[in-house]
Design a protein. Structure first.
Length: 94
């Protein structure tokens, strides 16, 4: 996901990031990650290209948050993987 942003005489590409949660369709397994291309990343998970998730495929997307930059996405991903973040996801029924 990208937007062109004009800044004076320059145009720069602003890439949006997504923090996402996927759940296995067959097993009790939840995975939290971040990416700048959610459809590509979900396909990689479902095709078994991620060592952490390949044994649990197929997956469905159950939650996503769009953020402005990689640093914010990484911080949010770390939070969702923490104890408090897992409780937050549990409270949403995820």
């Amino acid at each position: 996901m990208a937007d062109l942003v004009a800044s004076g005489d320059r145009i720069r590409l602003k890439i949006m990031f997504v923090v996402y949660v996927i759940r296995s369709k067959n097993k009790k397994f939840r995975y939290v990650g971040m990416t700048n291309d959610l459809s590509r990343r979900l396909a990689q998970h479902n095709e078994g290209k991620n060592p952490s998730t390949k044994r649990h495929a197929p997956f469905k997307l159950v939650y996503q948050e769009k953020v402005a930059d990689r640093q914010t996405a990484r911080a949010r991903e770390i939070f969702l993987k923490s104890g408090v973040g897992r409780k937050f996801l549990d409270s949403l029924g995820l």
